[in-house]
Design a protein around this ligand. Structure first.
Ligand SMILES: C[S@@+](CC[C@H](N)C(=O)[O-])C[C@H]1O[C@@H](n2cnc3c(N)ncnc32)[C@H](O)[C@@H]1O
Length: 251
């Protein structure tokens, strides 16, 4: 994928220096923004990572944009009830979110008092989301603290799990990209193209079973047979586009 880094129009020397350092660490070209529009730069260079003073936006050819936004997580935190938290239980757990994405699930779990390690294999997603988790101000001190507490690991979850001692997390959570596109899932639409599309495999599951002390939770499209294929108990949620599956240790 061809992409470059530039700054917002309202740049200063510090922002330019940050953009140049970032370009160097990613091994891509830094292009001075000048007065050029994003469209003009895209015609010349392809996808563009734009560094603003307070956020980072990946402007993809074709109009899709990827940036950190905790909106979905905030809505879920405000509601009294969350099905994922029900599956985790009340006491504080150590949880590895093996497919971080936008980190909405990680934020919800961290806000409920759980200790979260979030693993993401796409370098750009890991970078943009980890910066958001560190710096985004939701206006809610407790949620900000929860976001800052999430430890982000940029790695493939199979490699990560292989490095972990047996039974080192209470719960492992997997939410791979869906087998079918959910049109209402606008919050994840900017992610496609950047995300790792891999399915959950027997190989990852074997490592997950070794590392999970209590259980493994899987989220997938309601039509997906991955639950049955990999031996998860499917928890049907009527009229919902996705189901959860659960695998209790030793069963
Ligand atoms: C559907 S999204 C997860 C959304 C997330 N649960 C949320 O609440 O925002 C799936 C994410 O997992 C990542 N992913 C897929 N397979 C992975 C793997 N083997 N290791 C690490 N990350 C993976 C993808 O790049 C993508 O960002």
């Amino acid at each position: 994928m061809k992409w470059i880094i530039t700054t917002s129009l309202g740049m200063d020397e510090r922002l330019v220096a940050r953009a140049k350092a970032l370009a160097q660490s990613f091994g891509v070209v830094y292009v001075e923004r000048g007065k050029a529009s994003i469209k003009k730069l895209q015609n010349q260079y392809g996808h563009i990572l734009v560094l603003y003073q307070d956020r980072i936006v990946f402007e993809q050819l074709g109009g899709k944009r990827f940036f950190f936004h905790p909106d979905t997580a905030l809505l879920r935190i405000k509601s009294n009830h969350d099905p994922l938290l029900d599956l985790i239980g009340e006491s504080s757990k150590t949880i590895c979110d093996c497919t971080m994405g936008l980190a909405s699930d990680s934020i919800v779990m961290a806000s409920a008092g759980h200790r979260i390690t979030a693993v993401e294999s796409s370098r750009l997603i890991a970078f943009i989301v980890s910066q958001g988790l560190k710096h985004f101000d939701t206006g809610n001190h407790k949620v900000n603290e929860a976001m800052r507490s999430i430890e982000v690991v940029e790695m493939d979850s199979l490699s990560f799990l292989r490095q972990q001692p047996s039974q080192s997390f209470d719960i492992l959570y997997f939410d791979p990209m869906f087998s079918e596109v959910i049109s209402e899932s606008q919050n994840l639409s900017g992610l496609t193209g950047l995300a790792n599309p891999a399915r959950l495999t027997e190989k990852i599951l074997a490592e997950a079973k070794r590392v999970a002390r209590e259980k493994i939770i899987l989220k997938a499209h309601f039509r997906d047979t991955v639950f049955e294929d990999l031996g998860f108990t499917r928890l049907v949620r009527s009229n919902q586009k996705f189901h959860y599956g659960i695998k209790i240790r030793g069963r």
